[in-house]
Write a protein that binds this ligand. Sequence first.
Ligand code: AMP
Length: 143
Amino acid sequence: MNVEHILREKGRDVATIEPDRTLRDAARLLTERRIGALVVTSPDHKSLGILSERDIVRAVAREGAAALDHRISQHMTATVVTCTSRSAINELMEIMTARKFRHVPVVEDGRLCGIVSIGDIVKYRLAEIEDEQRALREYIATA
Ligand code: AMP
């Protein structure tokens, strides 16, 4: 199974923000959208990095509430690990576990076309396990 299966269900919308906005703006947007990360993009839609709630917490812990007025570009991660819609879900689980992050943007032909979170993967895996159990029960009942 690959990332396309998840995107088909959740859609391809990605919450983005520009790098010269503040951490306060990012915190508001994360709260409004009830999500954990934003892809940082330029006005011409180029991906420049990723900012997660963890980056905001880290900035405030280190520098106090004044960090909320800092620009996002000061605290985002600029080297972003991405996948494509053909990437295997198992591979994504391994990457998230090994690299200790919970979001992977989906990029195709240089264009941002979705994002997969660890929550999406857990939801997908649960549905998959339920399907497997149902198939096994049916098999046993008809054997
Ligand atoms: P997260 O677990 O996604 O909240 O992110 C934890 C840390 O990893 C934060 O510093 C993020 O900026 C960074 N991060 C999140 N996703 C990615 C990614 N796909 N590639 C590189 N860094 C990431």
